[in-house]
Write a protein that binds this ligand. Structure first.
Ligand code: NI
Ligand code: MN
Length: 225
């Protein structure tokens, strides 16, 4: 399986079978993304919440590729209302797809679409794909139940925000890594806009200091998991 990071909270997973899953594909309006929406394709698009920097280019990609959305019920209904396919789920629920398993988790944040449609609760996702467990927290503040998420899942990779202001900052994110106990922590949601500027190497040093591994992915970088 391959994991590609486009910057902000946008990731692309390509499974060993060649299925492509995008998470929060904010590309064209994202000043740090090295790719544009027209450069990617998706079989599935997972949205953690309705904010514009997460829905991003999801609709234009889904229109071109016939992608299926995976998100919480209210946000899924918004996608369906706009003419797209969605597999609606909700927090605490898991489902086995043809690429792997998706389970929705809580996230402490807000959620409304750019055109002010109520999008339900914000969320994170725990993905089990090709034998690896990936936890994308979505936008969130620190919460103690990350410890429970780490106890219930042997997390291999955890993507979590470090940019502060709207989400956890570096120090809270280090605590989140301690709670969820992933094999590797991957910082996200930083340096897209000045208000969320943060040094990922400072995060990495602090994660290393608690005896954990951190991989700072370059914007556009793809790694093999
Ligand atoms: Ni948000
Ligand atoms: Mn955000």
């Amino acid at each position: 399986m391959k994991l590609r990071y486009f910057s902000h909270s946008a990731f692309q997973i390509t499974t060993n079978e060649g299925k492509v899953i995008l998470i929060d594909p904010f590309l064209d309006g994202n000043p740090t993304s090295p790719v544009k929406a027209d450069d990617v394709r998706a079989d599935y698009i997972i949205l953690t919440h309705g904010h514009g920097d997460h829905i991003g280019d999801a609709f234009s990609i889904a229109k071109r590729c016939g992608s299926t959305f995976i998100c919480v019920n209210e946000l899924g209904n918004y996608c369906i209302k706009n003419g797209f396919k969605s597999h609606n789920m909700h927090i605490g629920g898991a489902h086995n797809f043809d690429f792997g398993r998706v389970k929705f988790t809580i996230a402490h944040h807000g959620s409304m679409t750019p055109d002010e449609y109520y999008a339900g609760e914000p969320s994170g996702v725990v993905l089990t794909i090709d034998g690896k467990v990936i936890y994308h927290t979505g936008d969130t503040g620190l919460f103690y139940d990350m410890k429970l998420i780490g106890e219930l899942n042997k997390i291999d990779y955890m993507m979590l925000p470090i940019g502060d202001n709207f989400t956890m900052g570096i120090n809270d994110a280090v605590k989140a890594v301690e709670f969820a106990n992933p094999g590797t922590a991957i910082p996200m949601h930083f340096n897209t806009f000045p208000v969320i500027n943060a040094d990922p190497n400072e995060f990495k040093e602090k994660v290393n200091k608690i005896g954990k591994v951190c991989k700072v992915m370059e914007f556009g970088e793809e790694i093999e998991l």
